[in-house]
Design a binder for this molecule. Sequence first.
Ligand code: SF4
Length: 296
Amino acid sequence: MSNPYKTREGGATVTVFVPYDCNNHCPFCINKPEYANCADFSLARILESIETLDAITPQCDFVFTGGEPFANLESLQTMLDKIPPTHKVYINTTFPVQDDKYTAQQMLDFVERNREKITCINISRHLVKYVEESDDEIIARIATPKRVNCVLYMDYPKEQLTGYAERWRKYGIPIQFRYDYTETTPENLYDEESDRILCDLKEAFTYRGLDGCRMRNGFHFSYKDLHLTYHKTLPYSTIVETDSDGVTYDILYDVLIKQNGDIHSDWTGVKMDVDKYRRVVFEPYDLRVIDGAIEF
Ligand code: SF4
């Protein structure tokens, strides 16, 4: 494909795959195989790529994921320091139990020191436990805004949904439920009737509204005073579309910095043409409220 790139105002979200593993084996994980061989991982090249993408889109969002961002606090500090304050920065983590390396207090102190640099920390906590979890009280003490992410995978125990919401409501921590996105298609992204998870959530919680775009969406719920979202996204991040002038664009929603520093334009292994991205065309973000209310 040699279409010019287009992206939303501000730029595509940059997801950075940290160059170190999580040592977990969640059954739905698609990142894990990339950590099997770390021979060409390079923090230096990742830093160069952060600099490159910051220069092209100085206001895009950055997301650190893995692997496990908190498995190496020195490297995480170096990467955070590389990102100017024009960007929002998110970290996806299990907030791991790793007393051999760092105590929970050391990780909490790290967050406290960097609280101005981090927009939100998203902590994985699933209905079924796949990893050793730090205490909920530890999560509640994280100094930045935080959210728990919960993948509703296969035959998840739906009778535990209300208890799960109570668990986090106690601390006022919002929840994002997630569909196994390898299963998402353009056809089922907005399909409500045959979405079993959506039906279960509507039974357990109060549906409030829907927002979304071509690529992803969020069904919003309340449970007492807690905000819950059900997030669905396509398993790729480029949409090919021809505009009214007859020009066909690759519209990029997410771009990636891989563990070796390579920049990809999609989750599907497509390397980015960085020079072409320097000439990217911007369009207004198509995320909009589709139904009801999403802020309450
Ligand atoms: S903790 Fe995250 S990166 Fe590690 S196996 Fe689980 S889902 Fe994958």
